[in-house]
Ligand binder design. Structure first.
Ligand SMILES: Cc1cc2nc3c(=O)[nH]c(=O)nc-3n(C[C@H](O)[C@H](O)[C@H](O)COP(=O)(O)OP(=O)(O)OC[C@H]3O[C@@H](n4cnc5c(N)ncnc54)[C@H](O)[C@@H]3O)c2cc1C
Length: 500
């Protein structure tokens, strides 16, 4: 494995919606920008496979969008970040047209009504649809025009390159290490600011509707670098088919194996904790899109994920692009590079399991013990099993770079699973998309907090953080959701929540 050194100013990791818009905006501020993508930029991640509905607001509906997102989020959203979102989304989404994204206003009110626990509302926020463009699959119409714009502006793109570690010097992100999945070369990239835009982790579960590759890499990268992560216990599961039996099951609070088979892991609600400028708790490390959190709480409205990726991708790009002129370049530490090389080589020294077997095992553990419905015992079992899986060495042909890449993914999937499980053990209630069989009700008295995790040596440290509330401070006394993973159904009667 030889090293190749690359210097840039803004390094963007991930070639989906958030990464592309961040790259465009950073470049427009005059920064040199490089995108790294482990597959094909513009054609990988969830963005090109989405249904392509994007929410937006107008001055009339801003307040209503805010209210719905807080109610659906179970009052765990950071309301300062939400405030920025409902204001910025009004211009940012229609603004995509300047980059050639074909958009039309659609009647998306059903999205909101289905989600909203308290029935129909007036002044609903609107939805834009991406519409077909010349000779392209529908959803590529969001990413490919952004990619073309980025390249016209002079953004560099390196595909089939897997970022494995964020480099940190004196408490600041200063670049990343990445593996070229075609040549096996290790890239050492120095940058003045780094933006993580690697999407979510739904593919660490046995069943998922996400495309291949959504293994939570950015959670691992941010966590290892020392950034805080928040709300990692909240994973959205989509049932493919809602039947009266499914509704009866939820009402009874008892999962039925056969019916639970309709579920698929869909969306990571938690992620790298960011502020209103999309900056993480580590200086010069930004995060945007599904990998970041603050905006959402325990669940989200339909059509807000793409809008989130575009709004905070824009903010991250502008902020990072402006910041670089004020940041002097700290050099990367050679010892970090040596350490990472050793770690990667160590994953595959003399092991017996293949990376495919390890990935399969992680997915099975996550689905069985930490999936749609869970309790203290199943989560503790998951924790124990993931701890063992994390330590497994794999059988890898060291001359096949893609195999090394799969081994790196297998290891980080076990680590991300552990982050989810450790966070889930902290939440003793059911809220939003989080269904605890042993605590079936929402508990506004004891559980109105965000779970924050950070790295302490090799251990995950957890703490409970007060929720940032500005406009809405009193949680609904009606059941906030009460039906766990199936919460985007219209609400129905279920036991009373504790008031608080
Ligand atoms: C079937 C489906 C339909 C959906 N429909 C909608 C919808 O209609 N409206 C809506 O709002 N939301 C929808 N969503 C959710 C939405 O698509 C995603 O939340 C959003 O696209 C995430 O964008 P992103 O840029 O954060 O990540 P992604 O688009 O997932 O991109 C992540 C990128 O990071 C790259 N990457 C990952 N790890 C690494 C690494 N280690 N090194 C380098 N590159 C890496 C990937 O290859 C990819 O290019 C849908 C999701 C699915 C699965």
């Amino acid at each position: 494995m030889d090293n190749l050194r690359i210097d840039t100013e803004v390094l963007v990791i991930g070639g989906g919606g958030a990464g592309l818009i961040a790259a465009v905006e950073a470049r427009k501020k005059g920064a040199e920008v490089l995108i790294l993508c482990k597959k094909d930029t513009g054609k990988s991640g969830c963005t090109p496979y989405a249904v392509t509905n994007l929410t937006y607001s107008t001055p009339d509906s801003e307040q209503e969008l805010f209210r719905q997102m807080v109610e659906v989020g179970g009052y765990l959203n950071n309301q300062k970040i939400l405030d920025v979102f409902v204001r910025e989304v009004a211009d940012t989404i229609p603004g995509l047209k300047q980059y050639g994204v074909p958009l039309t206003i659609a009647d998306g009110s059903h999205y909101h009504l289905e989600n909203y626990p308290n029935g129909p509302q007036k002044n609903l926020p609107g939805i834009y649809n991406v519409v077909p463009g010349p000779g392209r699959p529908l959803s590529f119409n969001l990413t490919l025009p952004l990619l073309e714009t980025a390249q016209k502006l002079g953004v560099e793109v390196l595909d089939h390159v897997l970022a494995t570690r964020i480099l940190v010097t004196e408490g600041c992100a200063v670049g990343a290490i990445a593996l070229n999945l075609k040549t096996g070369q290790l890239l050492v990239i120095s940058a003045k600011a780094v933006i993580i835009a690697t999407g979510g982790c739904a593919r660490i579960y046995e069943r998922s509707d996400n495309p291949v590759g959504l293994t939570g890499d950015g959670f691992y990268l941010g966590f290892q670098a020392g950034a805080d992560l928040v709300n990692m216990e909240f994973m959205a599961f989509n049932p493919l088919k809602i039947t009266p039996q499914v509704i009866d099951m939820i009402k009874s609070g008892k999962p039925n194996e056969e019916l639970m088979g309709v579920g698929r892991a869909h969306y990571s609600l938690g992620g790298i904790l960011v502020d209103t400028r999309a900056e993480s708790t580590l200086k010069n490390l930004f995060a945007a899109g599904e990998v970041a959190d603050g905006l959402l709480g325990a669940a989200r409205l339909g059509a807000t994920a793409l809008a989130d990726a575009i709004v905070f991708g824009t903010i991250a790009g502008r902020e990072a692009g402006t910041r670089v002129t004020r940041v002097s370049r700290n050099d990367v530490l050679l010892k970090d590079v040596a350490e990472e090389r050793e770690r990667i080589e160590g994953l595959s020294q003399g092991g017996e399991a293949s990376s495919a077997e390890l990935q399969k095992e992680v997915k099975s553990v996550m689905w069985r013990y930490a999936g749609m419905a869970k309790n203290e015992q199943s989560l503790s079992e998951a924790h124990e099993k993931l701890t063992q899986l994390k330590a497994i060495q794999m059988k890898v042909s060291s001359d096949i770079p893609s195999e090394i890449g799969q081994a790196i993914e297998a290891h980080l999937m076990a680590c991300v699973g552990e982050m989810i499980v450790v966070s889930s053990l902290q939440r003793r209630e059911t809220r939003g998309q989080f269904w605890r069989l042993d605590y079936p009700l929402s508990d506004n008295v004891n559980c109105l907090f965000n779970v924050v995790i950070s790295r302490h040596g090799d251990v995950i440290e957890t703490r409970r953080k007060n929720v940032v509330m500005t406009r809405m401070r009193t949680p609904s006394v009606q059941p906030l959701v009460g039906c766990g993973c199936f919460n985007y159904l219209k609400p129905f009667e279920k036991g009373k929540d504790k008031e608080g």
